[in-house]
Ligand binder design. Structure first.
Ligand SMILES: Cc1ncc(COP(=O)(O)O)c(C=O)c1O
Length: 471
């Protein structure tokens, strides 16, 4: 099908579901700085993680193999919604009168409504194989919690979800969806864990944050037998499971003789964006077979600007400081972002692989406030028909700006982005936008500065660690 045909979408049949995930670790421009155990100040050892994660996931986390086979049982579940369609955004192009060609990979067709089950299914499968009975996790927007509830149900595991209270209040139907799949769910901070109680008792309406919910889920996992913790972003194995998106998208673009000049996605922890762009990074920088020097663009909220305003250092992944120290752009692990509607982007750090690539200049970051983001989301809904989730709407804002720039210059750029979730559980956010109640939260400079100062005074030795020195 040539790119000038009238087709709206490019479809693969079920045999087109990839048989291997792509692991970027051997192909990074520099070795990935290791996670650090704050007690020993040394790199974390594999065995230290076994109380928290399934063994196979830890192996994948550290693996230097470029291609990792996808188990047939996982591919079998992927068949429920994969391969996902690649759409040409023709009506948006016509509305903008742009010469750019805009494509989006739509992950909202999965039962929970986003890209998140691509890893949830794999994680539930490996835990089931290792005899684990229950998984705990956190969720911001509710997309990840629903995905893990869905995946654990399919493999006969129990699931406990700590949902950031701000999102729990904004999106009650997400919690009901998780319960429909059999999960138990608590607004976080909750009174179920010691850490949660320490905050809940001071303020039962505490809005919570992803960092706090992670602490609660971790505490629950390590204090109960046969229970493990599951993370929906940030870690290498999670991002790797998401590469089914980019691998499919590459084949779909090949089918129409296209190759993207730009690959764009939003970043909360970095999994949807990495899942789409890693396979193209492989073409451009590893096999060097890409016909173009594709640009990789990451978007985020001004209220939680990790990539554009964070500092690159070691920091904890959670607020109670239970995780190892991770090398990342961070706003400080006790920074609580404003309760913006893009709950999935309210995380104080980002994936270490993404941060390394950003540090080395492979990624161009952009930040937008939620008013301009919902304006872009509404244009998209009124042209393409799909109501997008608030998270990828940050990318839609970038795509619209870029397409309008192409209109001024006459460039026929090919733009591919990740529509990683639908927004049908986010309608309250749309209502708030239509009724003028959304705040354009900007960079909370003072709070971020204080949070990072606290980190430096608590762990002054971080700057002496050798691992970030030559990056
Ligand atoms: C629809 C959607 N997009 C993006 C994100 C951000 O996470 P990540 O950067 O890992 O894709 C989330 C997180 O919950 C999400 O629900």
């Amino acid at each position: 099908m040539p790119n000038n045909s009238n087709n709206r979408k490019v479809l693969l049949d079920e045999d087109g579901i990839p048989k291997e995930w792509y692991n970027i670790l051997p192909d990074l421009p520099a070795p990935l700085p290791p996670p650090i155990n704050p007690a020993t100040r040394e790199p974390v050892k594999l065995q230290e993680l076994e109380r928290v994660f399934a063994k196979e996931l830890i192996r994948q986390e550290m693996s230097q193999e470029r291609w990792i086979p996808i188990p047939e049982e996982v591919r079998e579940v992927y068949r429920l919604w994969r391969p996902t369609p690649l759409y040409r955004a023709r009506r948006l192009e016509q509305y903008l009168k742009t010469p750019a060609r805009i494509y989006y990979k739509f992950e909202g067709v999965s039962p929970p409504g986003s890209h998140k089950p691509n890893t949830a299914v794999a994680q539930a499968y490996y835990n089931m194989k290792e005899g684990i009975e229950r998984l705990t996790t956190e969720t911001g927007a509710g997309q990840w919690g629903s995905s893990l509830a869905f995946a654990t149900m399919l493999f006969g595991l129990k699931c406990t979800v700590y949902m950031v209270r701000a999102s729990y209040n904004q999106k009650p139907y997400r919690a009901i969806l998780m319960r429909s799949w059999g999960a138990e769910i608590y607004p976080s901070p909750s009174n179920k864990t010691n850490f949660g109680r320490s905050l809940y008792e001071k303020d039962p309406n505490h809005p919570g944050s992803l960092g706090i919910a992670i602490s609660e889920a971790l505490e629950d996992a390590v204090t109960h037998d046969n229970t493990r913790y599951s993370l929906g972003s940030v870690l290498n194995h999670v991002l790797m499971h998401q590469t089914v998106q980019g691998l499919e998208a590459k084949r779909q673009m090949e089918m129409i003789d296209e190759y993207p000049d730009v690959v764009a996605g939003c970043v909360g922890g970095g999994s949807s964006f990495s899942g789409l762009f890693w396979p193209f990074y492989y073409d451009v920088y590893v096999s060097k077979k890409a016909p173009k020097k594709t640009k990789f663009v990451a978007t985020e909220p001004t209220a939680c600007p990790t990539m554009t305003k964070g500092i690159y250092t070691y920091d904890f992944g959670d607020t109670a400081k239970m995780t190892p120290l991770l090398p990342m752009y961070t706003l400080g692990s006790d920074f609580i972002p404003a309760p913006i509607h893009a709950g999935g982007l309210r995380y104080h750090g980002d994936a270490p692989t993404l941060c390394l690539l950003l540090k080395k200049g492979y990624i161009e970051p952009h930040a937008y406030n939620q008013v301009e983001v919902f304006e872009a989301a509404s244009i998209f809904a009124r042209t393409e028909g799909i109501v997008p989730a608030p998270e990828p709407s940050h990318t839609i804002k970038y795509v619209i700006d870029e397409a309008l720039r192409c209109k001024r210059t006459g460039e026929e750029k090919v733009i591919l982005f990740n529509l990683c979730g639908h927004g049908y559980f986010d309608l309250q956010a749309y209502l708030d936008y239509f009724e003028g109640r959304l705040q354009p939260f900007e960079y909370p400079e003072e709070e971020i500065r204080k949070s990072l100062e606290r980190l430096k005074s608590e762990l002054p030795w971080i700057d002496q660690l050798p691992y970030l020195k030559n990056l």
